[in-house]
Structure formats: C-alpha cells, structure tokens
Design a protein around this ligand. Structure first.
Ligand code: GLU
Length: 476
C-alpha cells in the first residue's frame, strides 16, 4: 500500500513533444511536487510501427529543457521499472492470463473484415453496443477456429455495470457500461492495447493520480472496468481541458507551432513556456500571471483548474516571454542568444554581446529579435537605411551635421558615451543646428533608422572607428 502521491507522464514516442502533452506533463509535475510525491516518466511504445527511439530521446530532451525533473523513468530506472512498455510485455501477459481465467476476457476470432463490418453497423446507428459474436463461443467452436489457423485477439467482457467516476476537475462523470461494448485489450500477438497497458502500469507503478488530457475521458470507464476485473483500486482521475487556437478550434498545426521544440527554436524561454502553459487551465488565487515554478508548485490546487477549454493566446505568451527575458541576468542570456546570432554573424565578441544585451534585452519578446535589432552591432556593414532615414540624409543640413561630426571625431583619442555627448555639443555650436535636427542625422547615419536604442550607448558599442566609417558612408 502506498501512502505517497505519485503521478506520471506517459507519452507515446511517435513524434515531437506536443504543446498539449507538455502541459499535461507540467500539471503532473507540479502536482507531484506540490504534494511532496513522485513524478514518473513512462514511455508508451507498444505501437511498434509508429514508436521510435529518436522520438523518445527528443521528448526527454524537451522535458529536460523545460526543467521538469522526474524521479523515475527509462533513463533513471526506479523501483517500478522498466519504464518502457515494450519492456514490460510479460507483466501484461500475466494480467491477461488472470483476466482470461476469471472469464473477464475472451478470445475473439473475428477477422479484420468482420470487425470493420461491425464497426460500420455501429456507425450507422444500427447497434449501440456491439455484442461480439465470439462472446459465448463453446470450447468446440474455439478449437475449430484455432485449427483453421485463426489467432485470437483478446476482448474484455463488459457487463451491465455502471462505470461512473468522480473527476478531480470535472466532478462526477457517468457512463453506462452497456454503451461501451466489449473492447479489445490485446492484439492477436498479445501486444496490449493502450487501455489495458495503461491500467496495468498505473497499478504496478503505484500511480495515485492520473492527470491527462480530456481526450482520454472516454477511455477512463474502460480502464475502471479493467481495474475492477483485476480486483485493483482505481487511482484518482483528473482530465484537463483541451487547448484551442484563437479561432476556438482545437489547437493544431494550422495555428502555428505546436511542438515544444519549435518554441525552443523560436527563442522562447522554458520558464515562460511553463508559466504560460500552467495558466492555460489554472489560475492563482492572487490572480498574478507571472509565477515562478516555486509559486506554481506552492499554489496549485485542483479546485482552481477550469473545466472549460482554454485558448492559446500566442501574444500573451510573447509578452510573458519578454517579461522573463527582462528578468534574466545578462550573463545568463549570453549563452541563450548565441545560437541565434552565430549562425548569422559568425563568432560574436563577448564584450560586444554583453553591451548589446544590456542595451536591447528590455525591448525584445523573443531571443531572435536580438539578432534583428542588434544586427548593426554584429556586422561592420552600414545598416540598411529605411526611406525616412535616406531622405533625411539627402538634405544639405543633415550632410553639414555629418561633416561636422566627422571633423570633430577625426582627432579623438578616447571614446565613450560622454565623449560622444561632448562632441555633439561642439557640433551643435559650430553648425548652429540643434535638437532633433542635430541628433536625427547622426542616428540615421549610424543606425539607418529614425528611432532606436539609446544613441550614446550605441556609439559606445560601435567604437570610434566604426562610428566614423559608417557615418562617412552616409555622405556618399
Ligand atoms: N500515451 C498516452 C498519450 O500519449 C497516455 C495517455 C494517458 O496519460 O493515460 O495520450
């Protein structure tokens, strides 16, 4: 008997970690940590055709990137392993034998064509519940099928039970078992189907709380019937509402990035993604939206998980990402932005990078924007000029300012923001131009834009040589 909370995340390794599944993992992780329990990672790879080790590795990698640590799993081991379903086939076989000998499961010899026909009839509404023709075969009939070479699948016998359950989020959910119909729990090669393997594993892994997407609600009654037939206690169930795109249709590729790896590649911070995904169906009593993991863990409560679907608002995620970027130390941001800079600009100088981040990190929402906004700092080419800047630089007054700037900087031995301010004062006195008309031409010449980050800091990062060569080009 266990007395400690145990949750699990049970991905099927058939692709990348989907954002909806990441949310499920986060909820399981938060609840386990909140309760001081354990978080288990189980790989559901019984679909041999679609499961790959590559996908498993990428899922684990994304979970690590999100900094969700698990206590037991395929890479870590643990007392309830193995944690890959493909390595647990003997456990399912034993449970299957138990169900067969108790009469809760029977061999079904129907061919795929026969099953397809039965399904068609169900879909046409002709029958609500499929009474399998193999339900009550005599031993002689079974032997005859066996000798004709048919290999049976294994079907669970659903009796007229009620399979209602109390969902921790949705409250009571009732299902009439006689609407379910006998269902296959293992294929003819004895490979378990999802509902069966899931029950066996959740039982032997001592899982106390099954927290998963509400696309699984209709599986839960089947699972409950299997628990009962095996004489096992059911865990608690919590089905979290689905995620919709901004058009209120279930989130899909059509809405943009749907995998964690895409968000990672697009410059989101894991803390922002975890914070955002947690708030898709849960809210803090304080109504605060920026919540550290510590607060998410401390404040989590099932009673505050919403029953209705939530909309994935990418603008809110971007805003949140900006907040997290602003809250990250420059030193910590440096290695995070390099992967977005180096493929474009080659190796970047650390001193320049530090200064550029200091200048720009408060004005971006996504890490790659440092590469866009900071382009002028990482290349020696003059910035491409927008139309407004080009028009301004074509005026005689702007040219005079630039010429005076070049004159005044020709003999500079020291260069920083305050030297630049001093020089601009001299340029103002000598040219008689002041205010916007003085500063704008210099900004336009240096950055190619009429607006941008602090000019004194910009010139300091450029250094005197680059400032002079870039401004000189503006006169050409
Ligand atoms: N492998 C299933 C999935 O990825 C797990 C469902 C569950 O949590 O029971 O949907």
């Amino acid at each position: 008997m266990v007395n400690s909370i145990r949750t699990r995340f049970a991905p099927s390794p058939t692709g990348h970690l989907h954002i909806g599944n990441a949310r499920t993992a986060i909820m399981n992780w938060i609840f386990a940590r909140h309760a001081g329990g354990s978080f288990v990672l189980r790989i559901e790879d019984t679909d041999m055709e679609r499961s790959t080790r590559e996908s498993e590795m990428s899922i684990l990698d994304d979970l690590r990137w999100l900094r969700l640590d698990w206590d037991e799993g395929p890479d870590k081991g643990g007392a309830c392993g193995p944690y890959r379903q493909s390595e647990r086939l003997d456990v399912y076989r034993q449970a299957l034998n138990q169900l067969l000998s108790g009469g809760d499961v029977y061999p079904c010899y129907c061919t795929t064509e026969e099953l397809d026909e039965q399904r068609r009839q169900m879909e046409n509404g002709k029958v609500i519940r499929m009474d399998d023709p193999c339900r009550n075969l005599s031993s002689a009939q079974k032997s005859s099928f066996e000798s004709s070479g048919r290999k049976p699948a294994y079907r669970f016998r659903v009796n007229q039970d009620d399979a209602a359950f109390e969902d921790l989020i949705r409250g009571p959910i009732s299902f009439q078992a006689d609407h379910i119909g006998d269902f296959i729990i293992a294929r003819s090669d004895a490979m378990p189907m999802y509902n069966f393997a899931c029950v066996v594993d959740d039982h032997f892994m001592d899982i106390t709380h099954v927290i998963r997407g509400d696309d699984h609600v209709s599986n839960t009654p089947r699972q409950i019937l299997i628990y009962r037939a095996l004489g096992w206690n059911c865990p608690a169930f919590a089905h979290i509402p689905m995620i919709l795109g901004n058009d209120r249709v279930r989130l899909s590729k059509r809405h943009g990035a749907t995998s964690v790896s895409e968000y990672r590649k697009n410059g989101y911070l894991p803390e922002a993604l975890v914070n955002f995904l947690s708030l898709l169906s849960w809210s803090s009593e304080s109504e605060d939206e920026i919540l550290t993991k510590e607060r998410l863990i401390r404040e989590f409560d099932f009673s505050r998980v919403s029953k209705s679907a939530s909309v994935f608002d990418v603008e809110k995620l971007n805003w949140m990402n900006g907040v997290y970027i602003r809250g990250t130390e420059i030193e910590a941001l440096m290695p995070m932005v390099k992967p977005f800079l180096e493929p474009v600009f080659g190796p970047v100088d650390e001193v320049t990078l530090r200064a550029v981040l200091d200048l720009l990190h408060e004005s971006v929402e996504l890490l790659p924007q440092i590469a866009e906004k900071g382009r002028i700092f990482f290349t020696d080419e003059p910035a491409s000029r927008n139309a407004e800047a080009a028009a301004l630089l074509a005026t005689p007054e702007a040219k005079a300012v630039i010429r005076a700037f070049l004159d005044e900087t020709s003999a500079c031995s020291r260069w920083d923001a305050s030297v630049f301010q001093g020089i601009m004062k001299t340029v103002q006195q000598k040219s008689g131009v002041k205010g916007k008309n003085l500063w704008m031409p210099v900004r336009a010449a240096l950055t190619g834009q009429m607006h941008g980050p602090d000019l004194a800091k910009t010139v300091e990062i450029f250094g005197i040589e680059k400032c002079r060569s870039v401004t000189a080009k503006a006169l050409e």
